[in-house]
Ligand binder design. Structure first.
Ligand code: C5P
Length: 222
């Protein structure tokens, strides 16, 4: 099998990262979690008390920041300025502010460059919001994963609960719905299904079923 680029996009909680990770493992590919990169920058911005609604401030922040994903071919570890923030970036405070940082033009340009470099050699499954449309428009296979808000909120609840965060289902549903709205309505690289992406509704499917159907699509295309 020739190593290709696989793009997986979709709203929060659709199962993208779990599925992408599993698919990459089964294909012997690397997995790149682009959401973690936006989260890492947001984590630093909040910690250093940057005004995340100000483009100039964000531009200044980018200049002073080094973001890196290590261990891409196993379990992504995300570093900001050499500090491992893999756990911290999942905190609700980061989740609730990341979309505001991600709508910045400067932030997106910075991430685009890094993400393209990481994917250039192929053999990657990259997940995010604009992978099939902007980051890797030439990706050989593109998926757009979605699910009902109820299913997505429930999954996110279980995920955060397992990580030890104290969370409430209704609050999570409201938060992810707001985050999707900001991601869909932003000016640069909004969350949208690429015209050549395969739509997969994961609401009533198990992870195994979704991974299997994606794998079959990939095998059909290569
Ligand atoms: O995938 P995850 O939920 O961790 O992404 C967090 C946020 O990062 C998204 O809600 C979105 O605002 C931003 N993001 C983005 N483009 C990507 C990946 C994530 O704007 N490719």
């Amino acid at each position: 099998m020739r190593p290709i680029q696989i793009a997986i996009d979709g709203p929060a909680g659709a199962g993208k990262s779990t599925v992408a990770k599993r698919l990459a493992k089964e294909l012997g590919y690397c997995y790149i979690d682009t959401g973690a990169m936006y989260r890492a920058l947001t984590f630093k911005a909040l910690k250093k008390k940057y005004d995340i609604n100000n483009e100039d401030t964000l531009r200044d922040l980018i200049k002073k920041t080094h973001i890196e994903i290590k261990n891409v071919c196993k379990e992504n570890q995300i570093f900001v300025d050499s500090k491992n923030v893999t756990y911290e970036i999942r905190k609700p405070e980061v989740s609730n502010n990341v979309s505001l940082v991600a709508k910045s033009k400067h932030v997106r340009e910075y991430m685009l460059k890094l993400q393209r470099e990481m994917a250039q050699s192929g053999g990657v499954v990259m997940d995010g919001r604009d992978i099939g449309t902007v980051v890797l428009p030439e990706a050989e296979v593109k998926f757009f994963l979605t699910a009902s808000l109820q299913a997505r909120a429930h999954r996110r609840y279980l995920e955060l609960d397992k990580k030890g965060f104290n969370v409430d289902l209704d609050t999570i549903a409201q938060e992810i719905s707001l985050r999707d709205e900001i991601d869909q309505q932003r000016e640069y690289a909004p969350l949208i299904q690429a015209i050549d992406a395969i739509l997969v509704d994961t609401s009533n499917q198990t992870i195994d079923e979704v991974v299997e159907s994606l794998k079959q699509e990939v095998e059909r295309k290569i």
